[in-house]
Each structure stands twice: as structure tokens, then as C-alpha cells.
Ligand binder design. Structure first.
Ligand code: BGC
Length: 785
């Protein structure tokens, strides 16, 4: 297995022993801390060496022109990119006359621990300077879940084996220089000095910088305050210039003495608030944090996470790596979404600038399902963000000559940010994905207020889009032509099955919603004729099928295309998008990521078991998984089709995407969808969970390696625990009223009387289909063979 020696396997922590500079950029991503509002990459306290310095505020971006060699009508003119805001993490250290820089001197020990229950990143190291002075440094960092504007660091230096003259500089730094990485379209646009200075302040350890972005006009405030403890005579000095505010602490330490610094940092930003208002906002947030102090922040953080784990934990017996990875994934998904509060949840969360900090359909189809059953409030907030961006989506629809709302393929602030329309604008399925997330959230929570105030509007506007994008042919069949489905190696195709089935569900959900909420329907000017037209379109929706092969087509005509020449494709030519022209990918049978296979999960009731198995066997040898979103979907369907060991390998690939840097771009930020996909592979794959309308189904089946799989879900105000072993599954109502579920098709009412145990039917294993040459899953059993 390709485990990097640097990360130890442990159920509740991610521990790096030693400092491995070659994986520094990757470790900055895996050690990133965030609450969904503020994000700090796991950069070293002293700022250097670094892979990519990163401090992010959800929603803070700059706009830049999107130049086209050949412009066309309706191309988005302006792009958005996340920017690196004021860095509040930096604490520089001078030991005698030398900067504490781990590239010099002797690093005696170095360890970093991300503690998933404490919500902290702790670092301990011992270092001898080139001149021979030894210090021990210990720092603990958190980004607060309970106080969303706050991040904090406790930093301690100790003189070891002799005296040390110590100077610590605790800083706020704006406009840091960033490394440029060219040639990979998945990295970010780097803007030089995106922040204009507006205010700088420093006095008695209190620091503040306020800046403004040049074009997007966002005002960003960062403030810091400190508690310093050191032996006499420890002196402090504060100063500020436009891009730097600094507290300098000088302390001559005798052997064994320590200098301790607690640093509290607050952030705020706004597109409308004035300079004094932002200054006051960050000062006020700081005052709240200082009033509970460092230990108060630690306590709040732990309580918040205790609560999270009580409702979300997944236990896996028999595979320590997966146990660690699923908790690591849950933690990072929580970090991405917990306090996003009506802002997007980007594909990388706030862990890096990859994909320019954009949010995609990843949010609704990968992240929100997990959060729906574990942290439903975060889902409502994420969907309210979509609702807030409806004006831009309506405008885009008008520009495209369509009705309703055309949500962007990629965005930060709501407008379309994709300059490549065949895999951007044409990927209309994002609209149905949003609708799916609405329906799932309402079905899982019964939140009627949300359904009325937010849900109906999102469903109606997306249904309108589908009705105007598609058409009835002369037989009355409804088609949606010229769109791109999830597989980005096919584009602008007719009747993509995933899109059509998801659109069908969207249209029906909208028609149902307006019936349930007639007043809202009236406000949105929906009449009976319109909702009847949605039902007609849904009922007449075309789903392409190849009768000769007995399989569903990914899109009309797909199975007729020439197959990609996998035998002639070298392993180093993956991902194909970096080595072959799109025109050739588009006209061949080659699949970037689960598309038809994903449809069999998200629209599961549409397909019978026979077709699920046949379709899976057909698409598997064509699917190259050049997207990190694929493995988890394939895991779910492989499990349902009875290929448990293949499902297990895909689970591994999804789970270890970032811990083992499988796509070699974890440095740009974590693959949040794949991390959420780990949960999906376990709960929907081996737990066999499907939730459609009122029906909640489990069809558990464990791979050989697992002794046990257990997970907790929040369902309609109840808490349910599912505990699966190879021969039986036990369902326990932890909290709330009795709930009806299905176990392998049999109804079962889970009530408070006692846990309910049911047999797990035996599966007859069948041979699993092959993958394209060189594209076997990066999983455990594959690696052993
Ligand atoms: C995938 C998309 C995904 C995007 C962001 C692309 O490689 O093909 O489906 O939304 O990455 O994760």
C-alpha cells in the first residue's frame, strides 16, 4: 500500500511524525482548520517553509476578466477567485541571533497532531539552531466552531539545556507572496497583491488591519490580541504599517524557562459595511473570544465536537485505516459546512485555493447528503445560499433564453464562473442536484418552514428551467438535448440519462410542492396549467436504452460510439484531460466519472436489480475515474450489485484520496466531495441506505474485511443507530418517536422498547467487471494483488 510514512493510523487523530518537507503542501491541506467561515491552512507557525500560505474567508473573492481568444454570446465575462486574506497565523521566532527555520540547524523532533475530538492542531518540536542553542516549541491552534469569526493559537517556547535569548513576532500579514503553479487548470488564478490597505492599528498587543479588494469591493478586517506570560524582563512592542501589524515579545530565557503567548484572531468582511463598522465588528468578536479565554475556547470546541460525534460517528471494526479516514472525512466536511451560514461550500472547503475556491454540484450531491443526516441545520443554510443567489440564476436563464433559474456550474458569489461552456453552462444537471438536496432535506427533517420559504422557490425555478430547456417531440416524448452530464468526457449530448431522471424528479417535486403550498405558488405566479405541464414533461421524459445490449445509455447514442483505445493509453497519460483533446474524448466511449452509474444510486427506484448489475458491468470497463468524485459512487453501486470486494477497493480510494494524495493535487486543497463520499460509500454502499420520499431503506452487506460497521443518523427528529455485522443488523432508536424503515425490503418499526435485530441475507458473489487497463481502483485488495 502507498501509505506515506508521515501519517500514523489512529482512530481519532491524524499524526505526522517528523517533518516531511516533500509533503509539506499536502500536509498544509490535511492539517487545515476551518469552521466554514474562516479557514487556515496547516502552514507552519513561522510562515516558512511553505507550500501555499492560505487564510480564507468564505465568500471573499476577487473578480477578474475572463479573456477569450474567440468570444461568443453568453460567455461569462468575469471570473471569481478566492483570495488569500490577512494571515493571522504567523508567529515568527528568533533564537539568539537566528530565525527559527527548520531548513537550517538540527531538527531533533517534530510532530503535528490533528485531534478530531478536540478540534485542534498541535505541534511539538525541538530544534537546535546552527549556533547550538536548543528550544522546544509547542503550539496549539484552533478555528472556533462556536465563535465563527475566531481563530486562536497558544504558542510556547522553552529554553532547553541552556539559556536562549528569544524574540517572538506575532503578526497579521496581508498580501503575502504566493507561489504560482502553471499548467493545471484545476489550480487557482493567482492575483498579485489583491488587497488595498484601508486601516492599520497596533497598541499594547492589539493589532488590526482593514483592507479592501480592488475590484469586487469587499472590505476585510482582521484583528488580534494577545496574552503574554514570560519571566522578567519580558518586553513587548506593537507596531503596524499598511500590510503588517506586529507584536514583538523579547524574553531572555534561562534554561527550562518558558515564554507563552496566546493569540486571538478575529475576522470580518462585508460588501456593504463601512470601515468603522468592520473595525468595530472585528474588535467586538475579539472581545467575546478574550472573555472566555484560551481554555474557554478549547472547552467550547470540545463540547461542540462531542455533540457532533454523538450524532455522526461511524465505527468500522476490522480496518483501522478506514476508521481513521471516515472520521477525518467527517471532520473536514463539518469544517467545510458547519458555519458557512448562507455562503457556498466550496469543492475544497476552505483548505486551499484549488478550483479558485468555487462551489460546484459537489455540494448538493456529495456534501449535503452527509450533512442532511448528521448536521441538518448546515444544509438549510447551504440551500438558503442558493436561494439568495436566485437573482443571478434568473438573470443567467434570461441570457440563455430560458425560463426560471439557471444556477452556475461553478461560482463563489452566484454568477457563472465557468469559461468553458461545454463542461460549464451545459452541465445543467446542477439545477436538478439542488432540487434533489431540497427534497432530501425536507424528507429527512420535515422542516415545513424551510419547505415553504426556501424549498418551493428553488423547486419552482428549477422546474421552470427544465420545462423551457426540454421539448416534447411529435410523439409527445420529452427530451433534453445538448447538455453535459456528470461525465465530463462527454459533452453537449442529447438526453443524458442522469440529467433526465434527475430533472424528472425535480419537475414532480415542484408540482407536489406547489400543491402543498398554494399561497407560495401564487406568490411565484405558478398556475395549474404550469404545474400540469411539469407533470406532463416528467411523465413523458425520455430515458435512452439500447435494446440490443440491454443497457441504459449514458446519453442517446453513447453505446454506438467507438471505444477509447485503452490498450494504447499509457498510465502516465491519466488524467486524460491533461493529455488528450476534448474533441476526441467527447466522441468516444470513455467515462471520466460515474454518470449513468450515479443515476442508479440517486434515482435508484427507476432501475431494477437486473439492470443495475448489467449497466454497472457495461460502464465499469469504460470508467477511468479522472475525477475524485467517481470512486465513492462506484463503491455504492458495486456494493448493491454484489461486488463487495470491488466496492471495498473503491471505498479505499475515496477514503484515502487526500491522506495518500492519490490525485497528486491535495496541495491545492482537500477533495471535500470524496471525503464526504467515504461516508456515502459506507452508509449507502455497505449500509445500503436509500431514502426516497417517505421510504427509508437499509440493505446492509459487509465486505469480508469488516467485522462491524455502525453509524448514527438524524431522521425526522429522531436519532437512529444502525449496527451491522456480517450476519445481522441491529437498529436502535436513540432518541425520538418510533420510525418506520425497511430492512432488505421488509418493513420494520424502530421504537424505544428495544433494539431490533434482523438477519442479513447471504450474497452470492459474482465476478466483478474489469476496469480499463491501468485503472484498477487504488484500494487495499487491488494493492495486495
Ligand atoms: C469533476 C466535476 C467536479 C469538479 C469539482 C471535476 O473534475 O469532473 O464533477 O464538480 O471536478 O470537484
Amino acid at each position: 500500500m502507498i501509505t506515506h510514512a508521515s501519517y500514523a493510523v489512529d482512530p481519532w487523530t491524524l499524526r505526522e511524525r517528523g517533518l516531511h518537507l516533500e509533503v509539506l503542501p499536502q500536509s498544509e491541506s490535511v492539517f487545515a482548520l476551518s469552521n466554514g467561515h474562516v479557514g487556515w491552512r496547516g502552514n507552519l507557525d513561522e510562515g516558512e517553509p511553505h507550500g501555499l500560505p492560505g487564510s480564507y474567508l468564505n465568500g471573499v473573492h476577487e473578480v477578474h476578466p475572463l479573456p477569450y481568444a474567440e468570444a461568443g454570446y453568453g460567455y461569462p465575462e468575469s471570473g471569481q477567485t478566492v483570495i488569500n486574506v490577512t494571515n493571522g497565523k504567523i508567529i515568527r521566532l528568533l533564537v539568539d541571533d537566528e530565525p527559527f527555520d527548520l531548513r537550517y540547524g538540527l531538527l531533533r523532533s517534530h510532530e503535528r497532531v490533528l485531534d478530531l475530538r478536540a478540534g485542534t492542531l498541535t505541534r511539538t518540536c525541538e530544534w537546535t539552531s546552527p549556533a547550538g542553542t536548543t528550544v522546544r516549541v509547542r503550539s496549539t491552534r484552533l478555528v472556533s466552531f462556536t465563535q465563527r469569526a475566531i481563530a486562536a493559537v497558544a504558542y510556547e517556547v522553552e529554553a532547553v539545556g541552556g539559556p536562549a535569548r528569544i524574540v517572538v513576532q506575532s503578526e497579521l500579514v496581508a498580501n503575502e507572496q504566493l507561489p504560482v503553479r502553471e499548467g493545471d487548470p484545476r489550480a487557482a488564478v493567482v492575483l498579485d497583491s489583491p488587497l488595498e490597505t484601508e486601516e492599520h492599528f497596533a497598541e499594547d498587543g492589539r493589532l488590526r488591519l482593514v483592507h479592501r479588494t480592488r475590484r469586487s469591493g469587499l472590505r476585510i478586517g482582521a484583528a488580534a490580541d494577545h496574552v503574554v506570560r514570560g519571566p522578567e524582563p519580558t518586553t513587548t512592542q506593537s507596531e503596524a504599517t499598511g500590510d503588517l501589524a506586529r507584536l514583538t515579545v523579547a524574553s531572555p530565557l534561562r534554561e527550562g524557562e518558558r515564554l507563552c503567548l496566546e493569540k486571538f484572531v478575529s475576522y470580518g468582511w462585508s460588501g456593504t459595511r463601512s470601515l468603522p463598522a468592520i473595525s468595530d465588528q472585528v474588535d467586538a468578536a475579539l472581545a467575546a473570544a478574550m472573555s472566555v479565554g484560551w481554555s474557554g475556547l478549547l472547552d467550547e470546541q470540545r463540547l461542540y465536537l462531542d455533540d457532533f460525534w454523538a450524532r455522526s460517528d461511524v465505527e468500522v471494526d476490522g480496518d483501522e485505516q478506514i476508521q481513521q479516514a471516515v472520521r477525518f472525512g467527517l471532520f473536514h466536511v463539518l469544517q467545510a459546512g458547519a458555519r458557512a451560514e448562507q455562503r457556498a461550500i466550496p469543492a475544497k472547503g476552505l483548505t486551499g485555493s484549488g478550483y479558485d475556491g468555487h462551489a460546484f454540484w459537489d455540494t448538493e450531491m456529495f456534501v449535503l447528503p452527509l450533512l442532511t443526516y448528521t448536521s441538518p441545520d448546515a444544509v438549510a443554510e447551504a440551500l438558503r445560499w442558493r436561494q439568495n443567489t436566485l437573482p443571478a440564476a434568473r438573470e443567467r436563464a434570461v441570457q440563455l433564453g430560458l425560463r426560471g433559474a439557471a444556477f452556475p456550474w461553478r461560482t463563489i458569489a452566484g454568477s457563472e464562473g465557468s469559461a468553458y461552456w461545454p463542461a460549464g453552462t451545459a452541465a445543467f444537471h446542477v439545477n436538478a442536484d439542488i432540487a434533489d438536496a431540497v427534497v432530501r432535506y425536507v424528507a429527512a427533517t420535515g422542516d415545513e418552514r424551510f419547505a415553504r420559504d426556501t424549498g418551493v422557490e428553488l423547486l419552482v425555478e428549477t422546474a421552470r428551467l427544465w420545462r423551457s430547456l426540454g421539448h416534447h417531440d411529435h410523439h409527445g416524448t420529452f427530451h433534453i438535448d445538448g447538455v453535459t452530464g456528470p461525465d465530463e468526457y462527454s459533452a453537449v449530448a442529447d438526453d443524458n440519462t442522469y440529467t433526465n431522471l434527475m430533472a424528472r424528479a425535480n419537475l414532480l417535486a415542484a408540482a407536489d410542492a406547489v400543491e402543498r403550498h398554494p399561497r407560495r405558488a401564487e406568490e411565484l405566479a405558478v398556475d395549474e396549467e404550469e404545474s400540469a405541464a411539469w407533470r406532463d414533461a416528467a411523465e413523458a421524459m425520455h430515458v435512452p436504452y439500447n435494446h440490443e445490449l440491454g443497457v441504459h445509455e449514458q446519453h442517446a447514442g453513447f453505446t454506438r460510439y467507438q471505444r477509447w483505445d485503452f490498450a494504447a493509453t499509457r498510465p502516465d497519460q491519466y488524467p486524460l484531460l491533461l493529455n488528450f483533446p476534448y474533441f476526441d474524448l467527447y466522441r468516444k466511449q470513455v467515462v471520466k466519472q460515474a454518470d449513468l452509474v450515479l443515476a442508479m444510486y440517486t434515482c435508484s427506484p427507476y432501475f431494477d436489480a437486473e439492470h443495475k448489475a448489467r449497466n454497472f458491468a457495461y460502464y465499469e470497463p469504460l470508467t477511468v475515474r479522472d475525477s475524485s468524485l467517481s470512486a465513492c459512487c462506484q463503491a455504492v453501486v458495486a456494493a448493491e450489485a454484489g461486488h463487495l470486494s470491488l466496492a471495498y477497493d473503491y471505498l479505499h480510494e475515496a477514503a484515502l484520496m487526500d491522506l495518500q494524495d492519490l490525485e497528486h493535487n491535495t496541495r491545492d486543497g482537500l477533495h471535500i466531495a470524496s471525503l464526504a463520499g467515504t461516508w456515502m460509500a459506507l452508509v449507502a454502499g455497505f449500509g445500503g441506505m436509500r431514502h426516497h420520499g417517505e421510504r427509508i431503506e437499509f440493505a446492509p452487506r459487509l465486505p469480508e474485511r469488516f467485522g462491524r460497521l455502525a453509524f448514527t443518523l438524524e431522521l425526522r427528529g429522531r436519532r437512529v443507530r444502525v449496527d451491522i455485522r456480517s450476519r445481522e443488523a441491529t437498529y436502535t432508536l436513540v432518541e425520538g418517536e418510533p420510525l418506520e424503515i425497511h430492512h432488505h425490503g421488509q418493513p420494520l418499526t424502530v421504537d424505544a422498547d428495544k433494539p431490533h435485530t434482523r438477519d442479513v441475507p447471504r450474497l452470492t458473489p459474482r465476478p466483478a467487471p474489469e476496469q480499463p487497463l491501468h485503472r484498477r481502483p487504488n484500494g487495499a485488495t487491488a494493492a495486495q494483488n
